[in-house]
Design a protein. Structure first.
Length: 134
């Protein structure tokens, strides 16, 4: 029977501890998001769902519920016991694409806020849209 050098064993144990910490933080994040949804839902119904549809309302709903959906899928895949290299590759690619979509959506909200704050200038809007990372 081959023996494992103590340094390699220590690295593997550190890797497992880091993976567990990452999983625990992901579950804590999901818990915080779900708690936020529960606590703010009455205000959301009064302020968002009863108002007429506009770009701000659509963007709010998109970011709020898309992020919740992504967190649920992300955590369910992270906590899955069976993994393969193919699944990890798809997961990594999906995580990259989805996180980019979320960041661009949040940037869009910030651009809208600044655009409205500065009098809805078209030149400012065109300039800020060019600043969105591609």
């Amino acid at each position: 029977m081959a023996t494992v050098p103590p340094q390699e064993l220590e690295e593997v144990l550190r890797l497992l501890a880091d993976a567990r910490t990452t999983n625990e933080l992901a579950v804590a994040t999901l818990t915080a998001v779900v708690l936020d949804h529960i606590v703010t839902f009455p205000d959301e119904v009064n302020l968002i769902w009863t108002s007429r549809w506009n770009i701000a309302k659509i963007t709010y709903i998109w970011i709020r519920y898309f992020t919740l959906l992504v967190l649920c899928v992300y955590i369910s895949l992270m906590l899955k016991a069976e993994r393969s290299d193919r699944l990890c590759g798809y997961f990594s690619l999906g995580e990259t694409i989805i996180s980019t979509i979320i960041v661009v959506s949040a940037d869009f909200v910030l651009i809208l806020r600044v655009w409205i704050l500065y009098g809805r200038s078209r030149r400012l809007l065109y300039f800020m849209v060019l600043l969105i990372p591609k």
